[in-house]
Design a protein around this ligand. Structure first.
Ligand SMILES: CSC[C@@H](O)[C@@H](O)C(=O)COP(=O)(O)O
Length: 343
């Protein structure tokens, strides 16, 4: 992705969010000047991906302060508005962590809040670069044969989903930069085709060879031996390594375990939630039924059908071969649990 196109940008007076519901056919931004618009943008997936919504939430604190000044809010009213941003989506812990981090500077005023939000954004890019190198090193060390790798990924974890570069897609970009990537299988991803619209768009920008495939094709592709490893991102990782990520991820992990190939999760430590013991305690966002009962706004399921639309699922830690963070790689299924290794 060109450096100019960032998922989240502070304009000086508000947020410019690259409208990810319109990509790849339209490159537009949503200008956000108030808290209601930000909450709506996060819920509609205008901005999405755990680290990107973390960055949007971080700047959201500044947005709430500015709106509060314009509309004469009390400090308590600003805090209530910030709490609404913090709860806009429930699964990605980055949103809460980043908002809470910036709120530690709340009493110091707008300048301090903006400084902290910028640090959130900058550190995320640095973390992603580090993860890219750690993940690529690990994969190449473990590779059974000395040839470029075939990697499967699910959802979008690239520059669009982060402050820049990407997590799982950052590892993929690093492999490509080292000349060690043959091809990527990008699962199309529900509900908004994040894989076929966004991951594919980023891969095209990078000149990375890839196939878009239906989510339902992933297990077959793995079992046919067409994939060397899968790499995904995460929205929340529990202390025991259980990982919430885009719905469909657990099926990829099961297929990898069956085929005996590595299943990697790449995520910054801001996604690791040591206060959550296991995946059972992760709140999985249940989205509106229409997203699954309709196609492009037109009802496809018969009247009378109900929709079940969880945005995420939980992959048990014992299926996670390795967790790549900016601090290094934990071999989770071999017993290196985040709760023991990351405090
Ligand atoms: C680096 S993004 C990691 C995860 O947030 C990503 O894999 C994912 O599941 C995103 O879901 P989304 O619903 O598009 O926000």
């Amino acid at each position: 992705m060109s450096q100019e196109l960032r998922a989240v940008d502070w304009t000086g007076t508000g947020l410019a969010l690259l409208d990810q519901t319109q990509l790849p056919h339209r490159t537009g931004t949503v200008n956000v000047q108030d808290v209601d618009t930000l909450v709506d943008a996060i819920r509609r997936l205008v901005v999405r991906g755990a680290p990107a919504i973390g960055a949007a939430g971080a700047y959201g604190v500044a947005l709430a302060l500015l709106q509060g000044e314009r509309e004469g809010w009390s400090k308590a009213e600003v805090r209530t508005a910030v709490a609404r941003i913090r709860e806009a989506r429930p699964t990605a812990v980055n949103l809460m962590v980043c908002v809470d981090r910036v709120m530690t500077r709340f009493a110091d005023g707008l300048g301090a809040v903006l400084e902290e939000a910028a640090a959130v954004q900058r550190e995320d890019v640095e973390a992603n670069r580090a993860m890219g190198a750690f993940g690529a090193d690990w994969l190449l060390k473990k590779a059974r044969e000395d040839r470029p790798l075939r990697i499967l990924t699910h959802c979008n974890t690239g520059a669009l989903a982060t402050a820049g570069w990407g997590t799982a897609l950052g590892v993929i970009r690093e492999l490509h930069a080292r000349g060690r990537l043959e091809v990527v299988y990008a699962d199309e991803t529900r509900p908004l085709l994040q894989g076929s619209r966004l991951t594919a768009w980023e891969l095209v920008q990078e000149g990375i060879p890839h196939y878009v495939q239906a989510d339902g094709a992933a297990a077959g592709t793995v079992l046919r031996g067409e994939v060397d490893a899968a790499i995904v991102g995460a929205d929340r990782i529990a202390a025991n390594g259980d990982t919430a990520n885009k719905v469909g991820t657990v099926g990829v992990a099961l297929a990898c375990a069956y085929a005996g190939i590595p299943f990697l999760v790449a995520a910054p430590t801001t996604t690791v939630d040591l206060a959550t013991a296991t995946g059972d305690d992760i709140h999985i966002e249940l989205r509106g039924e229409d997203e699954i009962l309709e196609w492009a706004g037109v009802r496809t399921a018969p009247a009378g059908s109900r929709g079940h639309n969880p945005a995420f699922d939980v992959t048990p830690g014992r299926l996670v071969t390795a967790l790549v963070t900016e601090r290094g790689v934990l071999e989770v299924s071999a017993g290196e649990l985040p709760g023991n290794r990351l405090p």
